[in-house]
Design a protein around this ligand. Structure first.
Ligand code: NI
Ligand code: MN
Length: 228
């Protein structure tokens, strides 16, 4: 079996696996780099890493239109439940076997305040094991942390890492993350959406290629990565 990951711009991702459509951090309406309209996107599940506006984005509207279940930390799920969104709350370190695969929330070094100022709990990364056993690590917004080694021990097929700097890891720390995670493939995200996080993804990919065994893939918004 395989999976298909689509970068929709900034930190928004689409993931198709085992017949399910997942959206991760769907920030599309106000995202200058978005590749698709939030009114047209499809979803069976929406995964939200943390409460910031550029991640929770259009989650409420898309969930209501599509009937998708939102998976996030317990605090964000509590906030969404009050807005009549279907939710499944988890928390850091906890995994659950969903129909699309086994999803574990991982540590992320960041904040998680919601757009209206509500408490959004702790930010998370996502570690998904597909129903055919491939592991996808989507780091979310995070700084570098040494326990990425533990995540790497699981055997990662694809890592999706922020490289924008200022709010998250920059290129140098993201390269160190690749060395700890040792994924088969890596895709950089969360860069060049705005001037503050402008980066050269091709230069970063080159450093990954020359210093590690990982294959780096620079996507344009709307482009897909097909595994294997
Ligand atoms: Ni953030
Ligand atoms: Mn962000």
């Amino acid at each position: 079996m395989s999976f298909v990951l689509t970068w929709m711009g900034h930190a928004s991702l689409g993931l198709e696996t085992d017949g399910y459509i997942l959206l991760i951090d769907p920030y599309l309406k106000n995202n200058p780099a978005a590749s698709i309209d939030p009114d047209r996107v499809e979803a069976d599940y929406i995964l939200v890493t943390h409460g910031h506006g550029d991640h929770i984005g259009d989650t409420i509207e898309i969930a209501k239109r599509t009937g998708a279940t939102v998976i996030s930390n317990a605090e964000i799920c509590g906030w969404l439940r009050k807005k009549d969104v279907k939710v499944h709350g988890q928390h850091l370190g906890g995994g659950f076997q969903h129909p699309f695969g086994y999803l574990k929330l991982t540590l992320a070094l960041h904040g998680s305040g919601l757009p209206d100022g509500s408490y959004g709990g702790n930010p998370a990364g996502l570690l998904l094991t597909t129903n055919s056993g491939e592991k996808i690590y989507m780091a979310g917004d995070t700084g570098l942390f040494g326990d990425m080694r533990l995540i790497g021990e699981e055997g990662i097929a694809l890592a999706v890492l922020p490289i924008g700097d200022n709010y998250t890891m920059g290129p140098a720390d993201a390269l160190r993350a690749v060395k700890m995670l040792t994924p088969e493939h890596v895709i950089p995200i969360h860069y060049s959406t705005f001037g503050l996080i402008k980066q050269d993804p091709d230069a970063w990919a080159k450093s990954v290629q020359s210093e590690t065994k990982t294959k780096a893939h620079v996507l344009k918004p709307g482009e897909r990565f097909v595994y294997p």
